[in-house]
Write a protein that binds this ligand. Structure first.
Ligand code: AMP
Length: 433
């Protein structure tokens, strides 16, 4: 038997799948994504699922975990290095520059969604193919855009019914103030490294800021006493961070500050933020994002400030299921065709086809001729009405329609030889939500 690749998942309809991997839940989230993106006037951008490896190495940073150990990189038939996208921002920045979008509008508001690929160790909430929804607000250097992006996610999660969520913010400063801070960290950790984990020792050399992300118990005392980045910020960065805090307070969005929040991608400047959830285990970060004022310049474009964020649909679903607040979208049919006379099979098929063409969700039995069995599968399908094709009523130019909730029967007559118009007007009266 062929098996799926470790860390990937099949997402199945509710009666076949379970937990996070039920397609009706995904559709509910996707529906709310489109609603909320619309509320904020964000428009969709779709970029390819693979890019030249360079796009991600330059964009995400060659010392980041993603680039050093998590990318699915391969050579194509002409020996060019390609990579399955591990995140969205680097590709969107590539597209922004390539399509000269800067010349077309001062502020671009994009949203995107789709599968991302990272060779991480799979566990609950962490997969090798996962699905992100994200937004990028490109062109604005004011804190109001940071607030806009944070509040978009807060709105989306609130509209989905999530309650037990926590917004954590920090500032990682601009390049100059961060350089000052990195020097302070070098001095602070220098004589403490012996007592720290291997990863911290590695990061000390390669990407010292990421040491703050370490979750190993034995390192926590040292990390908790680390100098705060806020004290190293330039006045400009401090003012900016205050602007973000004031903006959140103005909207009434609660937050906490964590000076150890640095995020795993190298491109962030100024604001970094996460929305976390206590009920989903070790992988508790649902949303992650921040400002990236230097990325477009570093990737070969002009100096254009930007801010963005993303969440994993799997992790959001874990949180929604933990709180028991998600309900699946309603995909149930309106009509279920019950065939009474075998000879009328062709008529039944034609009616089904025409109903669907009219936009009325309809289905039929899976082959049984027995009426009781057909009605049983009608109930199981969740259809609202059973339509009986054949029988005495049919011969007398009427069609029997049974309400599957109340068991009430309606006999509707059709004058011509074909009941499509009466079924359509019945649907228009009762079925249009
Ligand atoms: P990042 O792109 O690393 O900033 O991650 C943003 C969000 O994407 C996280 O908060 C998660 O919700 C989701 N995410 C990142 N990596 C994974 C993964 N391997 N599996 C599932 N979700 C992920």
């Amino acid at each position: 038997m062929q098996k799926k690749i470790k860390g990937t998942n099949d997402i199945l309809p509710g009666f076949l799948g379970e937990g996070v991997f039920v397609s009706e839940f995904w559709q509910r989230i996707e529906e709310e994504i489109l609603n909320t993106a619309g509320l904020y006037s964000y428009r969709e951008i779709r970029t390819p699922i693979f890019e030249n490896t360079e796009v991600f190495v330059k964009g995400i940073g060659d010392t980041s975990d993603i680039v050093t150990k998590e990318m699915y990189t391969f050579s194509d038939r002409s020996d060019r290095s390609m990579t399955l996208r591990p995140e969205g921002t680097a590709s969107i920045v590539r597209s922004y520059i390539e399509n000269s979008i800067m010349k077309k509008e001062p502020i671009s508001r994009f949203f995107y969604g789709g599968p991302m690929f990272r060779a991480e160790r799979p566990q609950k909430g962490r997969y090798r193919q996962f699905h992100q929804f994200g937004v990028e607000c490109i062109g604005g250097d004011s804190a109001k855009y940071d607030i806009e992006v944070i509040s978009l996610f807060w709105t989306l999660l609130s509209r989905l019914g999530l309650k037990d969520m926590e917004l954590v913010i920090n500032s990682v400063g601009n390049t100059q103030s961060r350089a000052v801070y990195l020097d302070k960290l070098k001095i602070y950790f220098k004589d403490k490294l012996d007592g720290m984990c291997k990863e911290c020792k590695d990061r000390y050399e390669k990407n010292i800021l990421r040491m703050l992300d370490c979750k190993v118990d034995g390192c926590q005392d040292i990390l908790n006493a680390v100098p705060s980045i806020i004290d190293s910020l330039s006045q400009e960065s401090k003012d900016f961070f205050n602007g973000v805090k004031d903006g959140l307070e103005n909207l009434g969005i609660p937050y906490i500050i964590s000076n150890r929040l640095v995020r795993g991608l190298d491109y962030y400047t100024e604001t970094a933020f996460e929305i976390i959830h206590g009920g989903i285990g070790a992988q508790s970060t649902i949303v992650g994002g921040g400002r990236y004022n230097d990325l477009i310049l570093q990737s070969g474009g002009n100096s254009v400030p930007a801010v963005g964020a993303a969440f994993g649909i799997e992790r959001l679903l874990l949180a929604l299921l933990d709180e028991g607040v998600i309900s699946p979208v309603d995909n149930e049919p309106f009509y279920f065709i019950v065939l009474l006379d075998k000879e009328m099979e062709a008529d039944a098929q034609k009616i089904l086809y025409d109903l669907r063409l009219e936009g009325i969700p309809s289905t039929e039995s899976d082959g049984s001729r027995n009426m009781a069995k057909q009605l049983k599968s009608a109930d199981k399908s969740g259809a609202r009405f059973a339509v009986f094709i054949g029988g005495d009523e049919w011969t007398a130019s009427s069609v029997m329609v049974k309400d599957l909730k109340t068991s009430k029967q309606n006999e509707i007559s059709f004058k011509d030889s074909y009941p499509l118009s009466v079924l359509t007007s019945f649907y228009n009266k009762l079925g249009v939500k």
